[in-house]
Design a protein around this ligand. Structure first.
Ligand SMILES: Cc1cc2nc3c(=O)[nH]c(=O)nc-3n(C[C@H](O)[C@H](O)[C@H](O)COP(=O)(O)OP(=O)(O)OC[C@H]3O[C@@H](n4cnc5c(N)ncnc54)[C@H](O)[C@@H]3O)c2cc1C
Length: 397
């Protein structure tokens, strides 16, 4: 980081927004309230994302936030993407993760690792109308992602990919996939290579769609690679360096999941504050009982702590400072807070919290995924422990 950048950062409150950030946040919130809110319940019930919402996310410029302007993106910061995910997730975490995967994983991987032709070919599409997905996990390799069985074999001017990916977010609607395959299994993880794969490539198909507990409107599917022919120019980054592409994109991506979780928690807390101000028992609003007020205060305090962690990780990343420990902590903590706050919100609604006519049971179902994808909570603890015990990222920098 330059001296000027360091001076600019020193002393800035984490939650103070620049004018651009404030305006961006207000526009995402308006969109979320006006266009997403009326559709949330139906999309959850049907387990289907409304195509009109995907179209609007593109039209509003939310699908290429960090993409440089020369490729049709907004050329904004990572932190801006984080604000977007947070605001969308406050209303619907399914929409939040759709936009999060596009920005923090797919675009990010191409911006960071793509060559000039790949950027020119794919970034404008990803910013304007093509949804992306990130295909790493398989049935037998989740936390141990590098044990993947998908193989890539060189054949003339193509690689032929064979295998099956599981749990792929946006799988149903995506056109462009970042796919990881091992092209030299005898070298272990050093054979893992990343490819840009289009839905229309020969041998590519989308398999079963999962019927999930939460984030039901976000599609999660199998991806089948049955001798899928990928032109050599679609190899992303270096041959055998796919492991690095995946580690580094996921390090950043998990700040996005943190943002999804703090957005979700805020949504649940706002519902709880509103409901407890209206619901009367013993002749007055339940929100006037100190027992209820203290619960709201606890929820708000934990949410604030989680939010500071997510914002700090994002701002560290934008400043070019080490952020991996902070990103892991932010995801770990914010997913716990989201689950707790949404659960408490159900209790504050009483019986009404337990039924689908009210919004909080959905947010609680949605919160559960935060401890699972982009590295389970145990994997975050492993990363944090490794960094603090090896001295690679000291407790206080
Ligand atoms: C809705 C959803 C969307 C997803 N989206 C995507 C996507 O877009 N792209 C993608 O590639 N993947 C995606 N995933 C996959 C997700 O990242 C994996 O599910 C996750 O990494 C965990 O892998 P697993 O399910 O195989 O669980 P496992 O790895 O089998 O873990 C099971 C349990 O064992 C624990 N465990 C495993 N190893 C250790 C260890 N060494 N020490 C301590 N505990 C351990 C875990 O913490 C966990 O509690 C998605 C999953 C879901 C459910």
């Amino acid at each position: 980081m330059s001296k000027a950048a360091a001076e600019l950062l020193t002393g800035s409150p984490l939650t103070a927004y620049s004018e651009d950030e404030r305006m961006f946040r207000a526009s995402v919130r308006e969109f979320a309230e006006g266009e997403i809110r009326p559709r949330v319940e139906h999309m959850d019930e049907e387990a289907k994302m409304d195509q009109a919402i995907i179209r609007q996310l593109f039209d509003l410029g939310l699908m290429g936030i960090e993409t440089p302007e020369e490729y049709g993106g907004a050329g904004a910061s990572f932190f801006t993407a984080i604000i977007g995910v947070e605001e969308l997730s406050r209303v619907d975490p399914s929409v939040g993760v759709l936009m999060d995967v596009q920005n923090t994983l797919v675009n990010n991987a191409i911006i960071r690792w793509g060559n000039a032709e790949q950027k020119k070919k794919y970034l404008p599409r990803l910013a304007s109308d093509a949804l992306g997905a990130y295909a790493l996990s398989e049935a037998g390799s989740g936390s141990d992602a590098f044990a993947m069985q998908t193989r890539a074999v060189e054949q003339g001017d193509h690689y032929v990919l064979s295998g099956q990916k599981l749990w792929i977010t946006n799988g149903n609607e995506a056109e462009i996939f970042i796919v990881f395959a091992n092209a030299k299994p005898e070298e272990g993880y050093r054979g893992i290579t990343a490819f840009i794969v289009e839905k229309g490539f020969e041998g590519f198909s989308v398999g079963k769609k999962e019927n999930k507990l939460g984030i039901r409107a976000s599609s999660t599917t199998e991806i089948i690679l049955d001798g899928c022919r990928v032109p050599k120019e679609n190899l992303l980054g270096e041959f055998g360096k796919g492991y690095k592409v995946s580690i580094e994109t996921l390090n950043e991506g998990r700040i996005g999941i943190g943002a999804q979780m703090i957005g979700l928690a805020r949504g649940a807390l706002e519902h709880a504050i509103r409901y407890t101000a209206e619901r009367e028992q013993f002749g007055k609003p339940i929100g006037q009982f100190q027992g209820v007020q203290f619960q709201l205060a606890e929820m708000a305090t934990e949410l604030e702590a989680a939010r500071l962690m997510v914002y700090n990780a994002a701002r560290l990343k934008d400043a070019g400072l080490p952020f991996v420990k902070e990103a892991a902590m932010a995801k770990l903590y914010s997913s716990r807070v989201a689950e707790k706050v949404a659960s408490k919100a159900i209790e504050l609604y009483g019986g009404y919290g337990f039924v689908k006519d009210y919004p909080v049971e959905k947010l609680w179902r949605d919160s559960k995924i935060g401890a699972i994808y982009e590295g389970t909570s145990n994997m975050q603890l492993q990363t944090i422990a490794k960094l603090i015990t090896s001295g690679k990222q000291p407790l206080a920098q």
